[in-house]
Design a protein around this ligand. Sequence first.
Ligand code: UDP
Ligand code: MG
Length: 319
Amino acid sequence: MSRTVDLVVPCYNEQDVIASFYKETNAVVKDIPGFDFRYIFIDDGSRDNTLPQLKALAALHPEVGYISFSRNFGKEAGIYAGLKASTADLVVVMDADLQHPPSMLPDMIAGIDEGHDCVAARRITRKGEGRVKSWLSSLFYKFSNAVSDVKMEEGAVDYRMMTRQMINAVLSLCERQRFSKGIFMWVGFDTKWIPYENVERTVGTSKWSIRSLFKYAMDGIMCFSTAPLKMVSWFGGIVCLLSFVYIIATLIQTSIFGIDVPGYVTTLCAVLFLGGAIEFSIGILGEYISRIYLEVKNRPIYITKETNIHNGNDEEAVE
Ligand code: UDP
Ligand code: MG
């Protein structure tokens, strides 16, 4: 009996690539014997013709499924919706823009057959990407790996094949603010990394701005580490200790030499510095509290407007 593979593809304003994505991917998967491939496209509230294109594709090909969100919920929500709707033995997460080469799928299957739980792609070059973006990204990996228990592989992209067991583990993490790169590492299991050269986007544009990347990086750090909180308390402790030493020294100095009036600059510096440090610490606390607030509200991760997949797995759907 052949095994099944679900390809989970989040799409946001990807009208120009859907047809070529299907064509190129299908050309690869039809030659892989012993596997039935299905597609789960997620239309993440696109404002172009992505949904009509997906519907047209689904009308022509029975293996094409789609879930359309009521608005743009973000790629993470798209990935989650796809994983939740999947029922296959193996699931692949990949981008619609062909930056994740379908030609790697046979190698991924080979990796799974070697006994790995997950086979993931890792970019070894960042050709075609802005210098600032590359530098910021590498800074993020360095900082995040230094402060977090979950080690993230530099260059890892959201292109990976996973076994049903691993998918179930990923889905068992029901947090609202999802940072898949961290979640995939957190659940453990044995991952084989396949290196590949960065592929430039030929059609459409990247949906990431520096601002959204910064938010993404903050999520990555805050969702998987409490180190910033610890740093703040360490900092507070060190400042307390230094102040204590300073108080003792001042007391001794005053009792020996009497009261020394000048000290305006020192006082101002101390007040400004401590004021800034307190604001900064409150800011870090605020980041965590806002995340707790969002989690506690327990809102659905996404809302489905329409879909052609009805397998009872899509619990989040509010139709
Ligand atoms: N995407 C999405 N929702 C969003 C932003 C992006 O589903 O809000 C999808 C997008 O359609 C693509 C994938 O996520 O299939 C990766 O996006 P993009 O190519 O813009 O990111 P990059 O390759 O530049 O990191
Ligand atoms: Mg892309």
